[in-house]
Each structure stands twice: as structure tokens, then as C-alpha cells.
Ligand binder design. Structure first.
Ligand code: EPU
Length: 428
């Protein structure tokens, strides 16, 4: 597994190529990360299978170990199997440097609060994609009876006499906020109702794992979660659902390169919003046993879309889909409605010859553009993959810098793209 982030690593991509063949999707990053935190809720072993081999998993494993948990990993069928045991957790103060590594690490707070009646952490890190407050998390904890204070740039959450069930309205259906509060509520005394909960599949997956550990959660996948607190949770084994964002990324890559790609394990039942847009663009999306085949005959038709909470089009596919639209014939409009600063990839695509006007959260894309190679940066996981997709269809050589962002979220990305015919090389 990637553990160190080599900030100097770049990718050299020769284009254009037409992708073809078959690629297997890994487990869902944003489900796996939350589930790793959930393992702290019990002193038994929790075994997570189909965990992606990405650096965000490596840094969260390190955080769990620093807290005193054991995390044993094994590679099985091109995926990680993690055996996590939280019985040795001795501190409820999460170390600053590891919390800064990624956003998901803040989700150790819910389980630590449940286990120890207190938890502290600095504000979390993560991509620079706009304001990323954590008021929803802290509000949820306070509604469960915890005191939330700020000390030395840390959030300290205290519930020495335990948490008690409550009816909680969330101002925004935050994904990690719902996950964090859910992990605190499962052992709170009595009944908790979370109104305006996030419905994302990654929240549903976490809820499924918690129920398998003995929790009593109803309403998963709806905006209203009902939780009856239990005294104890126990260990279990869980296979992580395939990553809908990774699947979508390969689907978009296939479509914009005029390719023909089978995406093995794609979780098609949670990909409606993307598949509907690809079809509107003239791409064939054929659901077959074990996955989905994406077959594109150029030219692509333009379309407008908004990035929204689930089941709307995922914000994590906004940048890749905008890149696809540089190849569609006509003008398309993109409206990012989840994060307030997630169009940072536009200047990078402009360097490659794209025609995009962006302001605030809206971009107008005029296509088709004949993209050409350039030196570009991966600014975050999804902005990074967007420029990489552009490089696949651009004429000549593109050098993508700051590849460590891609390693945070995509399991063996270059290798997978190479099996589809891409000419991608790593320059260390
Ligand atoms: N928000 C608040 N208050 C909060 C929390 C969030 O106002 O307390 C707002 C944010 O400012 C933002 C919106 O709510 O405008 C959405 O944020 P959310 O909390 O739902 O996102 P997140 O939990 O921080 C997760 C994923 C992101 C993904 C978003 C939306 C993890 C670790 N990260 O972030 O994934 O984009 O949900 O689906 O689960 C990625 O994988 O590249 C990535 C950024």
C-alpha cells in the first residue's frame, strides 16, 4: 500500500488514445474510511474486505495505530483486507499531524466519544475545494448531550456521563457529519432520530456495518434515520461496496475517448445520475452480469448538469464530467452546488486548449476542443483525475504534477489505465 507521499512524482501521458478492454473497480474510499473509524466502537476484531489500496487508507491506518488500535493488513484479490482491533486504544486525543492528512480522520471523534466519554481533535484537513466546516458534526454531538469546547486549536467533546438519544435536525445533509453522529448515536441511551441525514451510499454502507456489529439503525438511505441505542457492539466481517466514483471516472474516460470499456463490479444501482447524463450525451451504457459496458461513438452531445447530494450527480464526478464536455459538440453548463470552490481545475484545462468560462460555482464549456499536451497540476483528487482524463484525449505529451493527490483516492490508477491502452508513465 502507498504510505509515503512522494510530492515529486509526476505522470507523463501520451495521447490521444481510445480506451478499450476491462477494468475492475476497487472498494469505495469514503465508505471504507468511515468503517475503519467504526471499528473503534468495539474491542472485538472488525475485518474489512475489499478496502482500496490508497494513501488515505494508509494514513488513517497510521492514525488508528497511534491511538492504540492494531491494524493488520493483507492483500487479497488485488484489494486490502484489514483486521482492526480497538481493544488497545488508550487515548481519545487524536494527533494533529494525522488528522490533517485527510478529512475522514475526524470521524474517529464519534467512536472515541462513545467509548471514552470524551474525544479531541484539531479541525480536519482534506482537499481545498471550498469551506469545509464541521458545525453539523459538533451540533449532533451536542444534541446527544456532549459539551463541545475549543482548547488550543482542538475541538474537545465531553460526555463523562454518557450520551443520550435525541431528535437531531442537521442544517445540511453532510456525509461525514451524518456518519460521525451516527457512530456516536448507536450506543447513546434511548432513541435518536436524525432528520435531514445524508443518503449517500457510503452512509448506507457504514450503517450496514454498524447494524452487523449489533447496532439498531433504521431508515438507511432515507433522510430520516432512527437509531435505538444498544449497550455494546461486537466484531464482524464486511466487504466494502465498489466505489461509484472510481467506476464513474472510468465510465467518463471510456466515453470521452470514444472507447469501449467493461467496468467490472461497478455498483450500477447507485450510479443513475451519471448514467443518465452519459446516455443523454449519446453514450451506450449496457448493464451486463458483473458490471457495466460503456461504449461511445463520437461525437458526444452537450448537456447541462448540477452537482448535488445523492441521488443527484456526485460532486466528486463534477470535474471529470466537465472534462468530458470539452469533447461534446456545443455548449454545456456545469453548476457545482455542494462545495463553493470546486472549479479550480479550469485553468489547468485551459492550458490544454479547453474553452471554458467559469465564475463562482458555474462553468460554461464550449466544445469540441482539440486538446493538446501541457504541464498541468493535480490540484486535488478529482481535479487531478480530470486533467489526467484530458491528457488521454489530448494530442502529444502531458505531464501531470502533484500526483500524490491521485494516490489518495485511486487504487493503482496508472496500472488500470494502462490495461485499457493508455500510455501513462510515472516519473519519480
Ligand atoms: N458542510 C457544512 N457543515 C458541516 C459539514 C459540511 O456546512 O458541518 C457543508 C460543506 O461546506 C459542503 C457540504 O456541506 O458545502 C458538503 O459537505 P459534506 O460534509 O457532505 O462533505 P464531506 O463529508 O466533508 C464527503 C466526501 C467527499 C465528498 C463529499 C460530498 C469523505 C471523506 N469525503 O466529504 O469526498 O465530495 O462527502 O459527497 O467522505 C473525495 O472523495 O474526493 C471527496 C472530497
Amino acid at each position: 500500500m502507498t504510505t509515503a507521499r512522494d510530492r515529486g512524482t509526476r505522470l507523463s501521458v501520451q495521447g490521444p488514445v481510445r480506451l478499450h478492454g476491462s477494468v475492475r473497480v476497487s472498494g469505495a474510499k469514503n465508505a471504507a474510511l468511515a468503517m475503519m473509524c467504526a471499528a473503534l466502537l468495539t474491542t472485538d476484531d472488525v475485518v474489512l474486505q475489499n478496502v482500496p489500496r490508497i494513501s488515505d487508507v494508509a494514513s488513517l491506518s497510521q492514525l488508528l495505530r497511534e491511538l492504540g488500535a492494531s491494524v493488520d493488513e493483507e492483500v487479497r484479490d488485488d484489494a486490502l483486507a484489514l483486521r482492526i482491533n480497538g481493544s488497545g486504544v488508550a487515548t481519545s486525543d487524536a494527533p494533529a499531524e494525522l488528522i490533517n492528512e485527510n478529512r475522514a480522520s475526524f470521524q474517529v471523534i464519534g467512536p472515541l466519544l462513545t467509548r471514552f466519554g470524551r474525544a479531541s481533535a484539531p479541525p480536519p484537513g482534506g482537499d481545498s475545494i471550498g469551506q469545509r466546516p464541521i458545525d453539523v458534526h459538533l451540533w449532533g454531538f451536542s444534541q446527544l448531550g456532549a459539551d463541545v469546547v475549543r482548547q488550543d486549536n482542538r475541538h474537545v467533546v465531553l460526555a463523562p456521563t454518557g450520551l443520550r438519544g435525541a431528535r437531531i435536525f442537521m442544517d445540511y445533509p453532510s456525509v461525514s457529519g451524518t456518519q460521525n453522529v451516527l457512530m456516536a448515536a448507536v450506543r447513546a441511551s434511548g432513541r435518536t432520530t436524525i432528520v435531514n441525514a445524508a443518503t449517500e451510499p457510503e452512509v448506507q454502507e457504514l450503517g450496514g456495518l454498524l447494524n452487523a456489529m449489533g447496532a439498531r439503525i433504521k431508515g438507511l438511505g432515507t433522510q430520516c434515520l432512527e437509531i435505538v441505542g444498544v449497550d455494546n457492539l461486537h466484531g464482524t466481517t464486511w466487504r466494502v461496496l465498489a466505489d461509484r466514483i472510481e467506476s464513474g471516472t472510468y465510465a467518463i474516460a471510456a466515453a470521452m475517448s470514444g472507447g469501449d470499456v467493461f467496468i467490472e463490479d461497478a455498483p450500477v444501482t447507485v450510479m443513475d445520475a451519471l448514467l443518465a447524463k452519459l446516455r443523454a450525451s449519446g453514450v451506450e451504457t449496457l448493464v451486463e452480469p458483473g458490471g457495466i459496458r460503456i461504449r461511445a461513438m463520437r461525437p458526444l452531445k452537450p448537456f447541462n448538469f448540477q452537482a448535488l447530494p445523492y441521488p443527484g450527480l456526485p460532486t466528486d464526478l463534477q470535474a471529470p464530467l466537465a472534462t468530458l464536455l470539452t469533447q461534446a459538440v456545443g455548449t454545456s453548463t456545469v453548476h457545482e452546488r455542494v462545495f463553493d470552490n470546486r472549479l479550480l481545475y479550469i485553468p489547468e484545462l485551459l492550458k490544454m486548449g479547453a474553452e471554458i468560462q467559469g465564475s463562482g460555482s458555474v462553468a460554461y464549456i464550449h466544445g469540441p476542443s482539440e486538446l493538446h499536451g501541457a504541464k498541468v497540476r493535480a490540484l486535488d483528487i478529482r481535479a487531478g483525475v480530470a486533467v489526467l482524463l484530458a491528457a488521454l484525449v489530448a494530442k502529444g505529451t502531458t505531464v501531470v504534477e502533484d500526483v500524490y493527490h491521485l494516490e489518495r483516492g485511486y487504487d493503482h490508477l496508472e496500472e488500470k489505465l494502462r490495461t485499457l491502452g493508455a500510455r501513462v508513465e510515472r516519473i519519480d
